[in-house]
Ligand binder design. Structure first.
Ligand code: FES
Length: 480
């Protein structure tokens, strides 16, 4: 029998309490080259498009369901009908977790403030403080189930089966999360949180936590004042008594799969589920697709799945198929061998091609000066691409002298250029999406204004270096 060695899942490991890791040190620790599906840039761009209409209908229905089920629950209070009524209300309420997740990526709505409103609302509902979890989730995508780097590993090894069972009602993960919110309301983050939330951003987390504490405290006082816990049945508590579906679906994402591998086909699952669950879970059952390309909004994930499924393991046909394989694996991890994991069969046709189409390196010198100026200035202009290569609101990458740049086109002949690598965690921006005059990074959906390089959406913070770009004939040049 193998020894049950406990892994060290702390983000700070042996350095705890000494020096929080900064971005550079994290990059040093893990040289990650994640597998990317082979898909054309044109197809990917179509899949990444945002639109408010589907999300407005989706969220409108969700709020209507909350109101109707909540009203039925009030009417049933004091009768046995309250049990099914609150179970339904709590299940819909707890599906706020999927909405927190999607809005955190900023992909459901095209309009940014709509994403933000629903992000903060659903973060509160699912008891994940919004600013903390934005940073946490960025780290999860960078280091998906990498021990000591991913703060969101749901099933650590040796697997704790009691915790897994209790979390069907959020009883093991929920209370520490509430305690963490209270700690943050007093400005006291622990070492792990200090590790992934930048110091300059923590004040937002503190204030947001105070608002959460004030609202939940207000409902608790209301319950005390009227001598009934009915008010609490509508805020905070539903995340516990209605949490079963979140746990049932959430476990399918990564539990029992391989840790420390840079291939989402081995550490993330896709499973087919019924339309009701898909709606409540916002298509996150296509989790392998989501992790491979997080910029694709929830409603386009089935299409992404169809486009790349010949490169990925066979999806599980239903939840039963997942649990039939996963439960014995978790028992084995808990009782015999923490190193045991499920291995997914990869299709023989699969490739490790990158999403980003490589652009040929441009070395041809200018045959004619782009601007009427001195020769020495003209030599600084570099041909980046053909005008025809860039549609409106598009981006393309190119390499010059071994350095990667990104060239953007907004409307007409509005061309811009910047460094090609995101300042957050080194993703290639040419694989991203141009939206509202910004480039959205393909890795964590951070954004930069393409006209001046300013970081406009977390987790991007440091600005991008930008370059002057101009059209000359049918070519685009950038001034380096
Ligand atoms: S790598 Fe994180 S936002 Fe770009």
């Amino acid at each position: 029998m193998a020894t049950k060695t406990k892994r060290d899942y702390r983000l700070t490991g042996v350095d705890e309490g000494v020096v929080p890791l900064d971005d550079e040190r994290i990059e040093d620790r893990v040289e990650e080259t994640w597998w990317h599906p082979n898909i054309s840039r044109a197809e990917l761009k179509a899949l990444m498009q945002r639109s408010d209409a589907p999300a407005l209908m989706h969220f409108g229905l969700w709020i209507a369901l909350l109101i109707v089920s909540g009203y039925a629950a009030v009417l049933s209070w004091g009768t046995w009908w309250a049990i099914p009524a609150f179970l339904i209300y709590g299940t819909i309420y707890s599906s706020s977790d999927a909405r927190w997740h999607e809005c955190g990526h900023g992909t459901p709505f095209k309009t940014r403030w709509l994403n933000e409103i629903f992000y903060h609302l659903s973060s509160f509902m699912t008891l994940r403080e919004a600013f903390l979890w934005r940073w946490s989730h960025a780290r999860h995508h960078t280091h998906t189930i990498v021990v000591g780097l991913d703060p969101e590993i749901q099933v650590m090894r040796p697997a704790d089966l009691v915790k897994i069972a209790l979390d069907f009602f959020d009883l093991r993960s929920g209370p520490p999360e509430v305690w963490r919110i209270i700690r943050h309301a007093f400005g006291k983050p622990n070492a792990d949180v200090r590790n992934f939330v930048p110091e300059q951003e923590r004040w937002k987390m503190y204030w947001s936590s105070r608002v959460y504490v004030a609202i939940i405290g207000g409902f608790a006082l209301w319950s005390l004042a009227i001598g009934s816990f009915l008010p609490m049945m509508f805020v905070a508590l539903p995340r516990f008594y209605g949490g079963w579906l979140h746990q049932l679906l959430g476990l399918t994402q990564h539990a029992g799969l391989k840790e420390n591998i840079f291939d989402h086909r081995q550490n993330t699952r896709t499973v087919y589920v019924n339309p009701v669950f898909r709606y409540l879970y916002m298509n996150m059952n296509y989790h392998l697709e989501h992790h491979s390309i997080p910029m694709v909004p929830y409603h386009a994930l089935p299409r992404l799945h169809a486009a790349i499924k010949d490169q990925t393991p066979t999806p599980y046909p239903n939840l039963w198929a997942v649990y039939k394989e996963m439960i014995p694996a978790l028992i084995k991890q808990a009782t015999e061998n923490p190193d045991y994991h499920i291995v997914r069969d990869l299709p023989s046709t699969s490739s490790a091609a990158t999403v980003i189409e490589q652009q040929p390196e441009v070395t041809t010198p200018l045959e004619q000066p782009l601007v009427e100026t001195t020769e020495s200035v003209a030599r600084e202009w570099v041909e980046a691409c053909a005008v025809a290569d860039l549609g409106e609101h598009d981006v393309i990458g190119f390499t010059h002298d071994g350095k990667l740049y990104a060239v953007y086109r907004l409307q007409g002949d509005q061309f811009y250029a910047s460094d090609g690598i995101c300042t957050h965690e080194k993703a290639e921006l040419a694989g991203g999406l141009v939206i509202d005059g910004c480039i959205e990074c393909p890795r964590h959906n951070g954004r930069f204004d393409v006209t001046n390089g300013k970081a406009t959406k977390a987790p991007a913070r440091k600005p991008l270096t930008t370059y002057h770009a101009e059209r000359c004939g049918d070519k685009v040049f950038i001034y380096i």
